[in-house]
Design a protein around this ligand. Structure first.
Ligand SMILES: *[C@@H]1O[C@H](CO)[C@@H](O)[C@H](O)[C@H]1NC(C)=O
Ligand SMILES: *[C@@H]1O[C@H](CO)[C@@H](O)[C@H](O)[C@H]1NC(C)=O
Length: 289
């Protein structure tokens, strides 16, 4: 089992509590909780322990040399860590870790990502969890978050319901950006658009369908991210790297592993897409320590 599949199964386990009643034909869920609407720590499985461990390691980095670039996100960025939730990293895990080591060889960077995280969880990790530096400010922060908010809002397989979740996601990401800018006004923020995705990926018949009920909501969230960047051009840049992952009809299995997570090749493309922008940023003498 690869790491991201392990993550998928963990999320499935999580979903068994939160979404079991949402399968087609089942009664509508009374317990459907939707996305976390404000800053919230994780409470499911052993993820709080992951938050603690990540915060500790980010503090250590901050007390040492710091990092020029920090990647904040969910399972998609987590794949770059090469970690394996079931034990020792496999060859495939290590190959994923090598991607950033290669593309960001000339910079120090940290990946602060937790599988299954929503925007409200990331907001909490920054504001309260202690993951944002206090000593060595990053030159660039790269953010990819929001797709899990949509997963948790997907209670009735209804496009409008997902669309209704979009403003809340944009609002929380605005708070994330505001927090970072308040703590570190010179940090450049690269805000990535949510990538195309299939339906819930354990629903095998839906994982590879595109466009789907998520499509309009993803477009609405990304339009909100774009508008946010347009309003704050001095320090926020919107970057969309999602093109390779979907055809006009159907997700692209060449770059996507399970309908949602980029595979090795997909992660290489994503890193290259980000790198172009980050290198431009780091070359501008905007940031002086
Ligand atoms: C992170 O959470 C997952 C899911 O519960 C668990 O498998 C893993 O052991 C946790 N990691 C730590 C450091 O506790
Ligand atoms: C790192 O810097 C060297 C020397 O400037 C350059 O040749 C190389 O392409 C850079 N590597 C990356 C991944 O940008």
């Amino acid at each position: 089992m690869t790491a991201s599949r392990a993550a998928a199964w963990l999320m499935l386990g999580l979903c068994a509590q939160r979404c079991a009643a949402q399968l087609p034909g089942m009664p509508l869920p009374a317990q459907c909780v939707g996305a976390a609407e404000g800053p919230a720590p994780r409470s499911d499985l052993n993820w709080p322990a992951n938050e603690t461990k990540l915060a500790q390691s980010m503090r250590q980095v901050d007390q040492g040399q710091g990092a020029e670039i920090i990647f904040y996100g969910d399972s998609i960025f987590w794949e770059y860590t090469g970690e394996n939730l079931n034990g020792a990293p496999t060859k495939a895990d290590l190959a994923r870790k090598a991607i950033l080591d290669k593309d960001f060889a000339n910079h120090s960077y940290e990946v602060a990502a937790i599988p299954g995280d929503e925007s409200g969880n990331l907001l909490w990790r920054l504001e309260t969890g202690g993951e944002f530096p206090t000593i060595h400010m990053p030159k660039t922060v790269v953010i990819l978050i929001g797709t899990n908010d949509l997963s948790y809002s997907d209670c009735h397989e209804d496009q409008q319901e997902l669309l209704n979740a979009a403003p809340g996601i944009v609002n929380r990401v605005t708070q994330i950006v505001t927090y970072i800018h308040t703590k570190s006004p010179k940090t450049q923020i690269v805000l990535l658009g949510i990538l195309p995705r299939g339906g819930l990926y354990w629903e095998k018949d839906q994982a590879w369908i595109w466009p789907n009920r998520y499509t309009a909501a993803i477009a609405a969230v990304n339009a909100g991210y774009y508008a946010l960047a347009e309003a704050l051009p001095q320090y926020v840049k919107y970057v969309y790297c999602g093109k390779p992952y979907a055809y006009e009809y159907g997700m692209n299995f060449e770059y996507v592993e399970d309908g949602i997570h980029p595979n090795q090749k997909g992660l290489e493309l994503l890193a290259q897409c980000i790198q172009k922008d980050v290198d431009t940023d780091l070359a501008t003498p905007m940031y002086t320590n």
